[in-house]
Ligand binder design. Sequence first.
Ligand code: 5AD
Ligand code: SF4
Length: 440
Amino acid sequence: MPDAVKKLHIKTYGCQMNVYDSERMAEAMGAQGYVLTDDPAQADMVLLNTCHIREKAAEKVYSDLGRLRPFKEAKPDLRIGVAGCVAQAEGAEIMRRMPLVDLVVGSQNYHRLPDMVAAVARGERPVDTEFPIEDKFDKLPERPATGRPTAFLTVQEGCDKFCAFCVVPYTRGAEVSRPVERILTEARKLVDRGVSEITLLGQNVNGYHGAGADGTWGLGRLVRALAAIEGLERIRYTTSHPNDMSDELIEAHAEEPKLMPYLHLPVQSGSDRILKLMNRHHTAEHYLRLIERIRAARPDMMLSSDFIVGFPGETDQDHRDTLALIEAVGYGSAFSFKYSPRPGTPAAERAGVDSDVADARLQELQALITRQQRAAQEAMVGREVGVLFEKAGRMPGQWVGKSDYLHSVFVSADEPMQGRIARVRITASAPNSLAGELIR
Ligand code: 5AD
Ligand code: SF4
């Protein structure tokens, strides 16, 4: 008997925004009768939700498409779609290089996916990478319950900052904030479905400026309104720009206990010369003063950042300035990347740093970050923290969740803990997690 249910395999690359978008695409296709499968060999449709931020991520898409060729040969009516930022940036190129691709859908057009799949059935190869007037999220179906206590919620997309190395302003377009009421409605529905932690997403999330009933709201005010939702216990947001850390938002950190004490605030470099070349519009000093103000509001704030090493023109002294900034801040974690020239960005015109030099700098920086991360984890031992339990661990009776500071925490419990928030005393620190005991 033929299988009536169609299977969809989605592979997600890159950032949390893509994770959120993949979920929404799965829901859109779910309304068309598709169920998700982890196994591309089982799939009737494969969607790659791609990332363009660095060269490696973008090239991976082409090699992964190549790997799908035998599946398509075995099952000629397998549909293959490319979504996300590579689709947005080089849709036509994908269609030219990869005849096995049936459709290309840009990051703002996911609501059109079902129509595009119908077009493929009529023998077309649709490419849709326009920036539409309408909001894709309004056109997507309702979000079903997932059983998970945490959820992402996109509140803002795009970026107007034009850092000299970054493709985001081109792939995701100008900054657009979703209206306040839509966000509050989506949040209430998530809470009704059992979600107690929401992470607000945006490429430049603290630049949020959404329409409210009485004018434009910033992120601080949005956070306070969300915190008033009963049953919503934890709020996080990512990713932020130092220049958009408003007083209102910093105050919310001081006064709103549901706003978690963990902040991802990328600085990219600690050298003023490089920050200027990067078009960051702030200095290292400005960033350090900002961190002081944030810590004055919330003394236990755990900080994280992104760093780029080997940006064109970076000298040994610039690199040492970055290490000095890291020493001065003391991060709980951080991501670091070797600079990758991206077509169309201003920095790509300039000569890069010698690759071996950049590799050595990256190693040195990562070693420092790892030391800080370990120290921050060690410092948790003996302390009491809130933990939201997400799932059972591998051992019987073991449960794993995330602390207020986003550490993974393992405990033993003789009752189901999934979805519960409990106080935990941290007893030990392992390289990437903490162990603790429930406080009765
Ligand atoms: N090369 C290397 N890293 C980059 N990032 C953005 N663009 C590039 C690039 N061209 C990093 C930045 C950013 C993170 C998401 O990716 O650190 O904050
Ligand atoms: Fe890219 Fe972030 Fe700079 Fe915007 S603020 S251009 S997303 S690095």
